[in-house]
Design a binder for this molecule. Structure first.
Ligand SMILES: *Cc1c(COP(=O)(O)O)cnc(C)c1O
Length: 476
């Protein structure tokens, strides 16, 4: 703590100095983290965010506006996803909270029906978001991973059915999965869930706010929402293709009986009876008010237009990639996808694109799970403006990187590092030093290691790294 007070101007200036090494990419050059609608008018939602910052949704009796806003949002999203009048749901801080709540509800229903002396199980395709394993670890659930089809990267209904036991509390599917943008066969899995009377969750965190509009735009999208009778709950992020400020997501249930398992009430303390719908108690109305504003401002026509623009940008980029000899992983029906190459080092392509100011998500993949290494893109409306420039840069980079590989210049002795890592422990600092020794890009070497080394060893190394990063500085 500083000894003396300072003016906000001085403090602000200090704070902004911290941002000097944040990624700073020009408009449209980011293909991850940000969903940019390329619409100036939506920026006004940021003012609404600030105006509602200190209204507290924890007590919606004191702030009835927050209840109304939240119910409106659930109704809007519910109608898009073919929910009927029984639909129930809540506004949450993000996909992770939505997923955590759905898993908790499924677990508690399982306990109430089967007794709580068993360990509930969750069936999860390997392509599902890490938030599911996280929820399982938090909530004491056993994870049953199931492999997906190695061409389409969709989960396999048969494999899911075979994984069912008397302890299965929840089956997870994605619409689409994040890495490859591929939608699981939810209609078939829904029939299995109904037959065995098991909770089926659809993770539509990334797809939920664009799939309905892609359908309206004429794209053939197989059934994935509440139209499938077996679907119990759906998670959907507004802060992705809903184009709302960060910290906004929705968890939906087919009806109120399922949602009841999500709620928390405690009257056993000296204060007033505490009731929370989600993880938060104090709950700023800012994200929900800004979301309400964006959704009501765009309406169906606005979202449809943005979806069309996004789709056009995606098609242009995909066609360009195919012309350059890349292949698209699986067959994504959405505006999220990954590409790879059998002829060029995809990690090097990622590095070279970064040098030109393009930011894509590198996906190391996994040797053990037969998952390819790839570069991942979330397409936003803004990319319609930069697609040509992106493809031109890639056209220049691709033969250059391919030549490097052909001439053996990017070959290096990975074997030792990987071998020693496979035997137990890796230290990320050591890996980075090793990269320098071989004249290899540090990041690329790290991706290679992640791809080849058992995930548990990578997890331990990252745990150490994060634990080390998050500590108060010594003032240096
Ligand atoms: C983003 C995402 C999540 C997690 O959401 P957060 O908002 O980052 O917590 C879960 N599943 C999928 C498919 C996602 O794309």
């Amino acid at each position: 703590m500083p000894e003396k007070s300072s003016s906000m101007d001085i403090v602000r200036e200090e704070l902004y100095k911290y941002t000097e090494s944040d990624i700073d990419v020009k408009e449209g050059r980011l293909f991850t983290y940000l969903y940019d609608p390329d619409m100036k008018s939506l920026k006004e939602a940021n003012d609404i965010f600030v105006e509602f910052l200190n209204r507290n949704g924890m007590d919606y009796h004191a702030f009835p506006s927050t209840l109304r806003i939240e119910n409106d949002i659930v109704a809007m999203v519910g109608s898009l996803l073919h929910g009927d009048s029984n639909i129930a749901g809540n506004f949450t801080t993000g996909g992770t909270e939505s997923i955590l709540l759905a898993v908790k509800s499924a677990r508690d229903m399982f306990f109430s029906e089967k007794g709580n002396n068993r360990t509930p199980e969750m069936i999860v395709p390997v392509t599902a978001h890490p938030a599911f394993r996280k929820a399982a670890e938090y909530l004491g659930i056993k994870v049953i991973r199931v492999h997906v089809d190695e061409d389409s990267f969709r989960s396999i209904p048969d494999k899911i059915e075979k994984a069912i036991t008397e302890n299965t509390a929840i089956i997870v599917t994605s619409a689409p999965n994040f890495p490859f943008g591929v939608i699981d066969p939810i209609d078939e899995i829904g029939a299995i869930a109904e037959k065995h009377k098991i909770w089926l969750h659809v993770d539509a965190c990334v797809g939920g706010m664009i799939l309905p509009f892609l359908s309206m735009a004429g794209v053939e999208v197989r059934k994935w929402d509440f139209m499938v009778p077996g679907v119990t709950s759906i998670s959907l992020d507004l802060h992705k293709y809903g184009f709302t400020p960060k910290g906004s997501s929705v968890i939906l249930y087919r009806n109120h009986d399922f949602r009841r398992y999500q709620l928390y009430v405690n009257a056993n303390w000296p204060g007033y009876p505490m009731s929370n719908v989600g993880i938060q108690s104090t709950k700023s109305a800012a994200p929900m008010a800004a979301s309400w504003a964006v959704m009501n401002s765009l309406g169906i026509t606005g979202y449809l237009e943005l979806a069309r623009k996004t789709l056009a940008a995606k098609e242009k980029i995909v066609n360009g990639l195919l012309k350059l000899g890349y292949h698209i992983v699986g067959s994504p029906e959405t505006t999220v996808f990954a590409f790879s190459s059998s002829e060029t080092d995809i990690f090097r392509i990622g590095t070279e694109l970064k040098k030109k100011g393009w930011f894509l998500q590198v996906q190391p993949g996994s040797e053990a799970d037969h998952m390819p290494s790839s570069l991942h893109l979330n397409i936003s409306p803004i990319h319609a403006r930069v697609a040509d420039e992106f493809l031109d840069d890639l056209k220049e980079i691709t033969p250059r990187v391919k030549f490097e590989k052909d001439s053996g210049r990017s070959n290096y002795d990975l074997l030792n590092i990987i071998q020693s890592a496979k035997n137990g422990h890796i230290d990320i600092e050591d890996v980075l030093k090793e990269a320098d020794k071989y004249g290899k890009n540090r990041q690329e070497l790290l991706y290679e290691i992640i791809r080849h080394v058992p995930p548990e060893i990578v997890e331990t190394a990252f745990m150490d790294m994060v634990n080390n990063d998050f500590r108060p500085s010594d003032g240096s």
